[in-house]
Design a protein around this ligand. Structure first.
Ligand code: HAM
Length: 432
């Protein structure tokens, strides 16, 4: 007989892992609420053209795309940003700006499975629409920083760049957008030499190659020194200088506004997605060389989908990778554990009473399980022990006649006979 397994790159999440995923999701939602981002839920499947537009070659080629039974070309979403842009171009066209949206869910990319890279993975996503000002970029950085802090990371850094630096050079040399995208894809994959060969092949002058080479080497933690160096390297290119100045302003705002995080400025930083028009960034922990989240400014996407010109900036933290990074840094998951109760009848005749009592406890908000296996009290108790239940309630005929049950504190291994009418008080009032 065939034994079925999940598809390659897809995973089952058993309770412990599922709990961690949901924990990161919950902390992400709390951060969204702190900043006034409203949650939206969009479909897992969209028109292929919507998802493919401006997503970049790498993602485009790895989409789960197929024809549905109605002959429409559809795909599983590889990210949220395109769906959000669709919403803002259509149903939310008249929503007052700034518009702050949050979503969380599963995404699909036919990536080669490896550590931290899956074909089904989870993201939370924050999008701020309607502002082209550096305050908006700074807010998205602050959200990313707050999420990392709230999750309890001991050390992390954010790598920041600006697409306008490289694109400014290429545009001013007359290189068209399509070619720019190709060059940016190569740079994103750190295939610098190949990228420079393409630029040379397009007939760019030596000053362009020199500027690009210098920019690709301009990186470091000393923000003001790196940005000064970047500005000097691109001094012949007006729009690149403007991009460096924009980055300077965003970073200054985060710094002076009290958002302290370790920064790695990379002037030649490129990200795979094609829709970015401004600041771009990724979050990292030193123990892992894969990005835990990424984002940036995309000012042209909404109008591409037929909406009003709407500047936008956002970030998508990768939940699976955040869980992995938390394990690496041994960051504890702060899940509040409620006291749980197990109700055990000593014989068949008392099972109705067990149900009745467990209903009463659950209605009072106490997580309660009832013995459903018909086991002896001692077997049911050892199972309760294994599951770290706080209390067992044993219902026996003698005690019941007097309106009482046995309440056993599993941790202290002590038990007492208590009146049923006092049961809630006994459980809720105890400190252990
Ligand atoms: P992205 O960089 O493609 O950006 O993805 C963001 C994060 O999702 C990554 O940093 C990573 O943590 C996680 N991720 C991506 N692919 C995988 C995978 N195959 N397995 C596990 N985790 C993965 C975006 O998706 C943009 N939509 C971000 C954005 C929002 N830009 C503006 N607004």
């Amino acid at each position: 007989m065939t034994t079925f397994r999940p598809l390659r790159g897809m995973r089952d999440f058993l309770p412990k892992h599922a709990e961690r995923i949901r924990y990161v999701e919950q902390v992400s939602r709390e951060v969204a609420q702190l900043y006034g981002y409203k949650e939206v839920i969009t479909p897992v499947m969209e028109r292929y053209e919507l998802l493919a537009a401006k997503s970049g070659e790498e993602i485009r080629e790895r989409m789960y795309a197929f024809e549905d039974m109605g002959g429409r070309r559809v795909a599983l979403r590889p990210e949220f940003t395109a769906s959000i842009a669709r919403l803002v171009a259509t149903k939310m066209k008249n929503a007052p700006k700034p518009l702050k949206l949050f979503c969380v869910g599963s995404l699909y990319r036919y990536d080669e499975p490896q550590y931290g890279r899956f074909r089904e993975f989870w993201q939370s996503d924050y999008e701020l629409l309607g502002s082209s000002r550096p305050e908006a970029d700074a807010e998205i950085l602050a959200i990313t920083n707050d999420l990392m802090r709230r999750l309890g990371f001991r050390s992390y850094y954010i790598k920041i760049g600006h697409t306008g630096i490289l694109r400014g050079i290429l545009s001013e040399e007359g290189i068209i957008e399509e070619q720019q995208n190709r060059i940016m894809q190569l740079l994103d994959k750190k295939r610098w030499e190949e990228a420079l060969t393409v630029v040379r092949g397009l007939g760019a002058p030596q000053r362009c190659i020199t500027a690009l080479k210098r920019i690709l080497k301009t990186r470091g933690n000393d923000t003001s020194r790196v940005l000064k160096g970047a500005k000097e390297s691109v001094q012949n290119y007006e729009s690149s200088v403007a991009a460096v100045e924009n980055l300077q302003e965003i970073i200054q705002l985060t710094r002076e506004g009290g958002t302290a995080f370790e920064t790695l400025i990379e002037a030649g930083f490129a990200r795979g997605l094609e829709y970015y028009t401004g600041m771009i960034f990724e979050a990292y922990v030193p123990e892992m060389d894969i990005a835990l989240g990424g984002g940036g400014r995309y000012d042209k996407l909404i109008e591409l989908f037929g909406g009003e010109p709407t500047p936008a900036v956002g970030v998508a933290p990768g939940i699976d990778r955040l869980v992995l990074a938390m394990k690496k840094q041994r960051v504890p998951v702060k899940i509040r554990r409620e006291k749980r109760v197990m109700v055990i009848p000593v014989d068949e005749e008392l099972k109705t009473k067990a149900f009745e009592l467990s209903t009463m406890l659950r209605r009072a908000g106490i997580p309660t399980e009832v013995e459903v296996m018909g086991r002896t009290v001692s077997k049911a108790l050892s199972d309760a022990d294994r599951r770290a239940v706080a209390y067992a309630i044993v219902i026996g005929p003698e005690e019941l006649k007097e309106g009482k049950v046995v309440l056993r504190n599993m941790e202290k291994r002590e038990q007492r006979v208590v009146e049923i009418k006092n049961l809630l008080e006994e459980i809720l009032g105890s400190t252990s």
